[in-house]
Design a binder for this molecule. Structure first.
Ligand SMILES: [Zn+2]
Length: 332
């Protein structure tokens, strides 16, 4: 097994220590930003909980029958619950449904086949629909010894409070900058690339690595230039909307655009000159635009909408903010 990053090790060791002291909860909520390696920790913890002969270091032995079956993906006392195909069978559902949670409740009532623990991993836990969440609640209300439920989410706020309150939390937090840099360095990224990626990703190492590997930092630079061109009337919103939707990177472009606004606003609050785009002064309009950009980004996954019109509208709004600024002479 690969070595865990420091920000994965902390919640993992927190759980292992709790287990050793007999205070590990039956339900765990692994929460924190996406791309922090939560699933990997959940799997590692599952393997440990199912190991018959863990080492003195608290790790799974890797050699017992439980460990071998887990590695082979055939452990009968481990269940991984996620999206299942829809009724037509042509794609995955976007929710975890009640039948899955009922089945899980029945499964937890069985005798473990290897005589040890039973572990279920549910992800993404925020995708439980209301009926599924209610069914899960029943399971949570009747904890049985040796039964562990691991819920993984990057949006814990979308889980009902009744479920959250019954879980022990394992939080994944963004690491200190030097730790993130050392991790990126070990992945072979040079000092300049590391700095730029971590700045762009606001210190999130997983995101920085994702953007470095995908070559997306250049895209971020392009988005800044393109927004500048629209603001100055050198590029037509409708035409740029078409260009942005020309490949699968439109959501990332909108993310970068929204963050450019956020960066500008936070530098303004700190009374520091913002790098990159010079923004108009209207705080309310800027924050409304930030919200609209994020909303549209979420809607891009819905096929029914006219994304070209919505994006062109957003970029027109962008241009008009700068026009207003020029007219009132409020440019900084
Ligand atoms: Zn083992």
């Amino acid at each position: 097994m690969s070595e865990l990053a420091p920000w994965q090790q902390r919640p993992y060791h927190q759980a292992i220590a709790a287990l050793a002291e007999g205070r590990l909860g039956h339900a765990l909520l692994l929460m924190g930003p996406a791309l922090m390696g939560k699933r990997e920790v959940a799997l590692r913890l599952s393997r440990r909980l199912l190991c018959a002969t863990p080492g003195a270091d608290g790790q799974a032995c890797g050699a017992c029958r439980g460990c071998r079956q887990f590695e082979a993906g055939t452990h009968a006392d481990f269940k991984h619950v996620s999206f299942i195909p829809n009724d037509k069978g042509d794609k995955l559902r976007s929710e975890i449904v009640v039948d899955q949670m009922r089945a899980l409740g029945h499964w937890f009532a069985l005798t473990p086949q290897l005589g040890g623990a039973q572990v279920a991993l549910v992800e993404p836990a925020h995708a439980l629909n209301t009926a599924a969440a209610n069914a899960l609640l029943k399971t949570l209300e009747e904890p049985a010894p040796g039964r562990y439920l691991l819920l993984v989410t990057d949006q814990p706020g979308r889980l009902p409070a009744t479920i959250r309150s019954r879980c022990q939390r394992l939080e994944f937090r963004l690491p200190p900058r030097d730790e993130a840099e050392a991790w990126l360095a070990a992945k072979g990224h040079g000092p300049q690339a590391r700095q730029r990626a971590l700045d762009a990703a606001r210190g999130h190492p997983g995101l920085a690595a994702d953007w470095l590997d995908g070559g997306h930092l250049a895209l971020r630079g392009d988005v800044m230039k393109e927004l500048g061109a629209v603001a100055e009337g050198r590029r037509a919103p409708v035409e740029l909307a078409g260009a942005w939707l020309g490949d699968e990177l439109a959501p990332l472009r909108l993310r970068f655009a929204a963050e450019a606004v956020l960066d500008g606003l936070s530098h303004r609050l700190a009374a520091a000159p913002a790098p990159g785009l010079t923004l108009p002064d209207d705080f309310q309009k800027l924050s409304a635009w930030f919200d609209a950009a994020n909303r549209l980004r979420n809607q891009l996954s819905l096929p029914a909408l006219r994304h070209d019109l919505a994006l062109a509208g957003l970029l027109l709004e962008w241009r008009s903010m700068f026009k207003d600024t020029a007219r009132t002479g409020a440019r900084r």
